[in-house]
Design a protein around this ligand. Sequence first.
Ligand code: SF4
Length: 394
Amino acid sequence: MSEIAHADRAHALLSPSGAHRWLHCTPSARLEATLPDSKTEASRRGELAHEISELKLQKIFSGLPTRSFNASLKKFKGHELYEPIMDDHTNAYVDYIQSIVHTFPSPPYVVIERSVDLTDFVPESSGTSDCIIIGGGKLHVIDYKNGQGVPVPAEDNPQMKLYALGALKAFSLLFPITEVHLAIVQPKVWDQPSEWSLPVADLLAWGESIKPIAQAAFNGEGEYSSGDHCGFCRARINCRARVEHMLDASSLAPLKPPLISWGEVGEVLRKAEGIDKWYKALKEAALAEVLKGGQVAGWKAVEGRGGRDYANMDAAFAHLKEKGIEEAVLYERKPLTPPQLEEALTKKVYKELLEEPGHVIKRAGTPTLAHEDDKRPAITNQVKPEDAFSAPIE
Ligand code: SF4
């Protein structure tokens, strides 16, 4: 897998992107620093989308020549993680930035991918803001998020507030700034960016308020505290505080090492078995309760993400064909899988036409964790000595 330049950024121990976590759980940053940072495909895809966004902004605001732009874009589009929808999503981000720029009577100051110094508030910390726009006493800090699983609102967002503090430090001597506007463009989640504003005085007061917390986090002091900030923590799988919080397992007393052992993992897996289904069922019951007007402390029902449907599919497709749209564009043609064909052809015909002539191969199943009394034999990735020595010598 080829590397994406955006991935090369150095991250401070107390990075703005981790602020939600280390502000709530001060020892987490030092603990995370001892654990490997395993990047997911989603995070690498996010880095690629950031590269594409930056390129598009450079063309508009930094005068990147068309030839260089086209060459770089072609390279990004050839990347194995590129997906065509990325073009629409990064366009949405660029369009939003342009719409902000156009609100100013004269061209504002625009900086892209700017590194900001946060050491006035957070020890040894810095970060990179996707886009900063300054003009008419306003500071806009805009961030692109490619993720889909977790919506990230701009309101009271510590990552965004830290970028804004860094931008103030960098530019407030050059530009008078009184208002701060934060925006997160997350096209996979929201049609419109999430926005939030606050006066500069409030931002600076917040910066002062987090200084002792940041110092404790830098020192690795304080209590482990689990919550929704654990989601992207490197310790989230085997963090003792989190396990205790989820299971209320009083037998796993505090003051033990912060990471649970594999022996304890076995016990936790057993205790937590079915917890996901249970949680889902409980959530459904709570939703039904609040929908019928009942109260569930701390919860409410809201409208989920809507979808789109044809008012009349036959009429819509007839209209499209009339307008010259090919039928092949309107329908998806997908091959049936072997189990589906077996069902469609009957077992006998399937066997005669596909299995016996060797048109179907058997794949090994994905490894799955099972109880030790499961009837299937245990498997491992380790090469056994008998297999190693029985391999032919080339
Ligand atoms: S997983 Fe553990 S260390 Fe990480 S933020 Fe949550 S409580 Fe803190």
